[in-house]
Design a protein around this ligand. Sequence first.
Ligand code: ATP
Ligand code: MG
Length: 751
Amino acid sequence: SQHSMEQYLATLNEPQRQAVEHIEGPLMVIAGAGSGKTRVLTLRIARLMELGVEPFQILALTFTNKAAGEMRERIERIVGTEARSLWMGTFHSVFAKILRIEGERLGYSRDFTIYDTDDSHSLIRSIVKELNLDDKLYRPAYVHGRISLLKNSLISYREYLSNPIFLAEDEAAQRPHMGTIYKMYQERCFKANAMDFDDLLFNTNILFRDHLDVLNKYQHRFQFIMVDEFQDTNLAQYWIIRKLANVHRNIGVVGDDAQSIYAFRGADIRNILNFQKDYSEAVVVRLEQNYRSTQVIVEAANEVIAHNQHQLPKRVWTSNPRGELIKVIEAWSDNEEARLVVDDLQEQKFKKQLSNKEIAILYRTNAQSRAFEEALRRAGIKYRIIGGISFYQRKEIKDILAYLRLALNPNDEEAFKRIVNFPKRGLGDVTVDKVLIVARTEGLGLWGALKQANRYLKGNTLSVLEEFTVMMEAFRLMIQERDAYEVATEVVRRSGLLKEYYEDKSVEGIVRYENIQEFLNGVQAFVQDPNREDKSLSAFLQEVALLTSADEADDDQEAVSLMTVHGAKGLEFRQVYVAGMEEELFPSYISSATLEDLEEERRLFYVAMTRAKERLTLSFARKRYIYGKLMERTPSRFLQEISPIYLDWRGTSPYNSRAYREESDTGLADAIRQYKQNQSAIKSATYRPPADFQPSDIHLVVEGARVEHKKFGYGTVLSLEGSGDEKKAVIDFEEVGQKTLLLKFAKLRVH
Ligand code: ATP
Ligand code: MG
């Protein structure tokens, strides 16, 4: 109702209100973490609807389907059920929907399959095999990554093959056949009536480029276009929205250049600059007040991100309470790290009466979750892993999905390969290859080749394959008359999948059997959802194919969330733990090679820190198992980029010596003065290698050496005592006089 909209508007600050009340013309909100960008976007949509804009005239693109769902709910609370007709979702889901409707223009049928990463890899593997290439050189993940980046940059295989620069690049990388693979990959997908994730964007661009009537239709339909997390759009996405916005020019984007973390997938921070060029008339709103986090967290995060050279100038502040210091937990091993984190978590839960869902543990790589899972399980704390191996990636679920996919799209080769001989029917690779070769060489497509199997197969093989084909045909007919649940139950039964797992009484078999039941429950829930118009199998499969890792989160509301930092984008929790703050892990070893990569890692750390509302904890281990070997670890350089005044760094490890504590206890006033002096220096700071933490640097600290300390300034080493981790130096500082420092922590630079 009108009333609640006004209530909402009253809570906004001036620039927020300006953005919410903006109606026509381009708008860009570039602002720091937690400053209310997503909230502004949500309220702007609600307001437009209250002003009479029809929901189907508004297109809103979010980063996960879950974010879209939440946004829709909030809008619904203000404007009512009309909100359900908004065009809202991820780029991939919205454009998959459009391609379903319009894909025939490009030669795809309505029931095209969406290939997931496994399908893509399997297809690449078979192409590499057919071409007799070295599969170590042409690894599926590598090839797929390259193709993906090309498509997200809108480079077709035709352009690729006709441009000698690409060939030269590939030859230099010892992979001269990349172009051929790219071409075959696209052709195979097309013949199989399938698109991979990147095709959903790539093909939408082609659709709009080559079919102006279609473009025109959507240009007129979408009077208002809005994009959240704009900093992570890639070129393909940017071009789509730019074309769509060309008629009304009502395009509103919100984002934060400091949170751009998908460059490795082709996201291009330059889109922010492009936007300013393409829409020079755009109203630009800056939000500087953070409503999410404490002062300590906001200031420490500012300090970290200031180390990046490439960023738009921006000041983020908050009037929230000062808050607790950022706790640093230092552990001997990765297992101890998990234990200490869970101990702290339990203490906090008790002290502050937190519920599990207000807590998150973030890490850089999925592999780190294991230790935390164990520690949490031992402590009896409920948790959920977001991302990682998801339900729909499990073998048994992918098997059912493959049956369903093939039933819907009988040319889906990857689905066919997966299940033609599962459960076992005695159809070997030779037979499968024969079918596929006939399908390709005679242009019949897979289904055509299956129907004519009597031409090139005989005997038992033929009759078994025919039986399979008849079964699939029966499924196909069912799809036209029944809903997704009825089809799925029938497929599970008749295919023999259920029996296969029912008879397997191993623990794994039992779990799989339960998962299949769980899957059927899910399909049933889908069909019974009153808000859903389309209950067809096709609609169900599309939804499953486009689930992002953050979407499966809501099963269990009362659990601690475990996820990678990438998965945490846009979310917030009262307490956040960031684990594995070690060199070569965070920043990751692949990413610290160039300045650009390092800056992306730093933005990632910025994202991690700014998820926390009240309390942030950073942890690291001194030793960790990496590829089965126990390795010595060095604390992350990012820890040093936060002034000690924001840190509560008391470990339980022997490193927590008295000398170290004395150092960190020196008068707070001093530290603050020093900090303020450093502020200007930090602003212009450029990247330096992390000399301070390198153990080798310790060896450079010799009697008479001239050293620099972050807080105490310049000094000369008078003498040394102790050895190894206990090694201390007596230093005469020019400003503060004589001090004894533990070298492990003294953060000295040697001049
Ligand atoms: P991120 O960069 O992490 O995506 P964001 O800029 O999108 O953050 P929001 O998630 O919209 O920020 O808002 C952060 C928090 O601040 C939310 O809990 C939101 O409800 C709250 N918030 C935003 N603006 C206000 C306001 N004017 N008054 C009170 N709370 C606010
Ligand atoms: Mg947001």
